[in-house]
Design a protein around this ligand. Sequence first.
Ligand code: PLP
Length: 225
Amino acid sequence: MSVAENLRQVLKTVQQLAAGRPVTVLAVSKGQSAAAIREACLAGQVAFGESYLQEALPKQEQLQDLALEWHFIGPVQSNKTRAIARHFDWVHGVTRLKIAERLSEARREALLAPLNICLQVNLSGESSKAGVAPEEVADLAAEIAGLPGLRLRGLMTLPEPTADLSLQRQRFAALRALKALLVDQGYALDTLSMGMSQDFASAIAEGSTIVRIGTAIFGERRKTS
Ligand SMILES: *Cc1c(COP(=O)(O)O)cnc(C)c1O
């Protein structure tokens, strides 16, 4: 199937699952060509997600004629914050104050509107997985909320893959509860970035507002850095 057909199928499924609630599909284009992104754009897709700066920049350059929205969804290294702040509209994987401060500063320097960010939460407790522990999220949110170059939009998670549907639901429900807690504390959060090709149905059932979908739209990825 073509990218355009896959995209139509994914959008239709997401729309059915969301049952009238707005859910954004982020097309994850890491490991995919600029031509594939262009094809998705021509089929109506606007928001694209990339994980590696050095891979994303040349593709963005080739696609400059299109009005696309770029989301950085990979780990943010501190020596890349300046470029990420300038070339992306969203960063989903913020896990440290230091990184947030650098992104905020770079965004201000470039005279751009505040960068939309999500805090990445590690719900499975695996030390190998990036993310803030659930019990540390409130403190990090408090520190980041005042940074002028950022707009804290919500939480993101990347759980370990499992075919166990109830475990999928459990993790996503935990992220939803965590966001509700922060909203109760007064943060104006509107985003739950959760769900990928294999588990987006569970994520939407638990209130996801952005699903990050790669292979179901573009097919298998080329190897990336
Ligand atoms: C690669 C990636 C995705 C997309 O994964 P698929 O299984 O291809 O849908 C989503 N989120 C993040 C953070 C990723 O790195």
